[in-house]
Write a protein that binds this ligand. Structure first.
Ligand code: NAD
Length: 492
């Protein structure tokens, strides 16, 4: 969107990266800021202050970045001179955020820069969110231009999310709080908005009269290795559905906002969340599938089952897969099922949104597939971002035989430049104070309000996850969920 890609309106800033030595910082955030530096988007005098416990100084931290953050920048996109320049912006402050002294050291570093944009990025475990908010607050470091950014998980349910939000609200006002769902920073997600609201073509089709069903899949091929202890307390419903899957659904289904202003967009998003038909008790059981992967194999070898992980209890009942049939109670969407699914150790790593359109009311043509697969809009977010439209054309030849083909929007071909990673946009929006792509408090609450009854129903009805073999598309019950109305999951 223009506000984050534009080279204008740069202003100096302090980007304070709590958890600066952590995985997210090294893998995503520091490379993202480097790319923005290369694009000339970081103003002169803009600083990145990495904060963590380990005892580095500026120099040794920059060396750590060289071995850790740099490996996440593809060689073809790496410019040694720009990297050296970038490193000069990066400073390191070794503090324990649970101590008062730490904030006074930070205060010394920030003194005299009160007028600048000040970002507190909490790339730390959630139990440190309120500790840091209190710490910077009590040290008097929250200025008018300050923002705080935090990652999921935002609580385990509505109640705990509200507690976190209360803690944030004790120090920051809502306009200063940036709750990140990095899916919203992806080009393809914003292109979905551009496609819908920048073209007159789709709007008349974007409704129950024309659309038969919508499918959203977020499939990972990785298992829970290395994250088992965290994952076993969380599960796929909390880890993926409450945030990423629902955010994609909402962007796809929302009404046109009156403008691209943050609250105009978020006002429309929340209406969709509130219009989701509740899945309570028997409805939840009937319209959801829980799964858990067991051992299986990929082309490059065998993999262990979820419960075989060292840090996962051998009797774990945590789901690594969820499929849901959701409905939105609105004029636009009444009667259109939204099939959502996400899982670990699935056949391949894919994130895609499929909009299936209804068949032609009366066909004058013959097709090899009997129009079995209607027109489809296929929006892919992973592994590569693309948008394709499946339509029928006449195949060359003297008989009239229709054949489906894809109108293919390949972003690499069209734009011929490096595609921004989601965190680049989000970091720039943070520096510029644009909240459009960040979740408002009421959105988080509404998402949990829809999710919590599903979990409660599983508990009350003792629904244990159905096993599925690693390297497949999940339990057979997920196919049954969609096929009972005559639909089937999209497959390439
Ligand atoms: P991590 O464990 O790799 O890093 C944690 C960082 O916090 C380290 O730099 C550590 O030094 C610092 N830290 C811990 N205790 C501290 C203290 N008392 N004082 C100062 N610093 C302290 O974690 P991560 O994987 O980078 O995740 C960070 C946050 O982002 C978490 O909230 C996580 O849930 C979220 N997140 C991470 C990812 C990811 O891909 N890694 C994805 C989504 C969300």
């Amino acid at each position: 969107m223009k506000n984050s890609a534009s080279p204008v309106d740069q202003q100096p800033f302090d980007f304070i990266l709590f958890g600066g030595t952590g995985d997210l910082a090294m893998r995503k955030l520091l490379p993202a800021l480097y790319f923005r530096h290369c694009e000339g988007q970081l103003a002169e005098g803009g600083r990145i202050i990495a904060v963590a416990r380990r005892d580095y100084n500026n120099e040794s931290f920059r060396e750590l970045m060289e071995t850790d953050a740099r490996i996440h920048i593809p060689e073809a996109d790496f410019d040694a001179a720009a990297w050296q320049e970038f490193l000069q912006r990066v400073f390191y402050l070794p503090i324990d955020v649970t101590t008062v002294e730490g904030y006074s050291d930070l205060g010394d570093m920030l003194a005299g820069r009160e007028e600048l944009a000040r970002v507190f990025y909490l790339s730390v475990a959630p139990n440190l969110f309120s500790v840091i908010c209190n710490g910077v607050d009590e040290a008097g470091l929250i200025t008018e231009q300050s923002r705080v950014a935090l990652e999921k998980p935002l609580g385990r349910d509505q109640e705990t999310a509200e507690q976190i939000n209360d803690q944030l609200a004790a120090s920051f006002n809502e306009k200063q709080i940036f709750r990140i769902d990095h899916y919203l920073g992806k080009e393809a997600v914003q292109n979905l908005m551009a496609l819908r609201f920048g073209n007159a073509l789709f709007e008349p089709l974007w409704r129950n009269e024309r659309i038969s069903d919508v499918q959203i899949t977020i499939a990972e091929s990785l298992g829970a290795e290395g994250r088992g202890a965290f994952y076993d307390q969380t599960g796929a419903l909390r880890d993926m559905v409450q945030n990423h899957l629902l955010q994609l659904l909402v962007i796809l289904a929302m009404e046109p906002p009156v403008s691209i202003d943050p609250d105009a967009v978020r006002d429309e998003k929340i209406k969709v969340l509130r219009a989701l038909k509740p899945l309570v008790g028997g409805d939840a059981i009937e319209n959801t599938v829980r799964g858990q992967y067991k051992a299986g194999a990929y082309a490059d070898g065998a993999v262990i089952g979820y419960r075989d992980n060292e840090d996962v209890p051998s009797e774990s009942k945590t789901e690594t897969f969820v499929a849901i049939r959701a409905e939105i109670a609105s004029w636009r969407w009444e009667g259109v099922p939204f099939f959502l699914r996400t899982g670990k150790r699935m056949e391949s790593k894919t994130t895609e949104i499929i909009v299936n359109f209804k068949k032609v009311p009366h066909s004058i043509f013959e097709t090899a597939d009997g129009f079995s697969t209607p027109n489809q809009l296929i929006i892919r977010l992973q592994p590569e971002e693309s948008i394709r439209m499946r339509i029928y054309v006449k195949a060359w030849g003297d008989d009239i035989q229709l054949q489906p083909v894809h109108l293919n929007l390949d972003f690499n071909d069209v734009f011929k430049k490096r595609q921004m990673i989601a965190y680049e946009r989000l970091c720039m929006d943070l520096i510029r104070g644009n909240q459009t792509l960040f979740m408002r408090r009421d959105e988080v609450a509404a998402a949990w309000a829809w999710i919590d009854p599903i979990r409660q129903a599983w508990e009350q009805h003792n629904v244990t996850p159905k096993p599925y073999t690693a390297g497949t598309w999940g339990p057979a019950a997920a196919n049954a969920l969609i096929s009972r109305e005559g639909f089937k999951w999209y497959e390439e």
